[in-house]
Design a protein around this ligand. Sequence first.
Ligand SMILES: *Cc1c(COP(=O)(O)O)cnc(C)c1O
Length: 374
Amino acid sequence: MSTNTISKVPLLDLRAQYDTIRPEVDDAVRRVMESCGFIGGPEIKGLEEEIARYSQTAHAVACASGTDAILIALWALGIGPGDEVICPSYTFFATAGTISNNGATPVFIDIDPKTYNMDLHLIEKAITPRTKAIVAVSLFGQCADIPSIKAICDKHQLFLIEDAAQSIGSEWEGKRSGSMCDFGTFSFFPSKNLGGAGDGGMIVTQNAELAEKARLLCNHGAKPKYYHSVVGTNSRLDALQAAILRVKLRHLDRWSEQRAKNAALYNQLFEGTAVGRPYHDPRTRHIYNQYVIRVTNRDGLKAHLAERNIGCEVYYPVPLHQQKCFASLGYKTGDMPHSEQAALETLALPIYPELSEDMIRHVAQTVRDFVANK
Ligand SMILES: *Cc1c(COP(=O)(O)O)cnc(C)c1O
């Protein structure tokens, strides 16, 4: 099949997605504008109920971002100065930034190089008398082995938060991401599988008391209004975002399935080449928020694709234990070899659901040309 008529493939094309759902989205926006109910109200309540159902959880609390969702989950668990929280080094910054923002100390561990999720065997070695919690991440859309991590947490009486910003709808042995721990946290950043028209987030839990704490903290600790039992903050989701997200949630499974189909086609096209394909653990439902390959000359491939107008991105170029802001924690290069290697070799390719088969073939061929001629 000829792919030489394609001149450009972006990493993500939100415009293409909007074109497929425009009447529904526009109606939802108009509905909120007509009501002029911008804070709280039926759209928020509706989205919270729908996300709770979707994620197999009993409670959902909307908040302002995926970052705030982690921040508030840690806060609601009482984590603060003097406490240590274990998390992977290879993840988006917010996983650890929120631990620091609560006054606690992030303790980084390395990843399993196949899944990019935290290496279970390293957890117990990182536990000290100060350890209070683990923030596990389900990276790139593949649920981490949360049941095994939860078993370690139960043994040592630690709390478990799953940073499920990239994994809404993903599953571990049929159980949804976010549902198997004390708190699961979602992001509605526009590039996530369920992305809003701006920032947004959600905290989910099976525990009514924890849900109530989180809700209180998101609303200045006020219940009823103007009566403050604790000091909280303002972290809310806009009703406009909730209305848009409710429309998009109806399409989420179809989109995530299309991403998985796109991944399967890439996998087939990269078979027998020097391109390292993403590993899909058969125990998970992978929703492919990112399709991440590994190559030895990653920066060369990145430049090659950029010259040919193919979008790609490095997630993530610097593991968290090597970030300047965490220098005082005393980690050094070599401490987390798998995270460091991944940071040098990984590259995310376009995987969004609206990609045509020709576009995928064009991207794959352009990658193959590079690795073959290197
Ligand atoms: C996107 C993301 C976040 C933060 O979400 P925001 O909504 O951008 O604040 C946290 N953790 C991970 C792993 C993410 O990918």
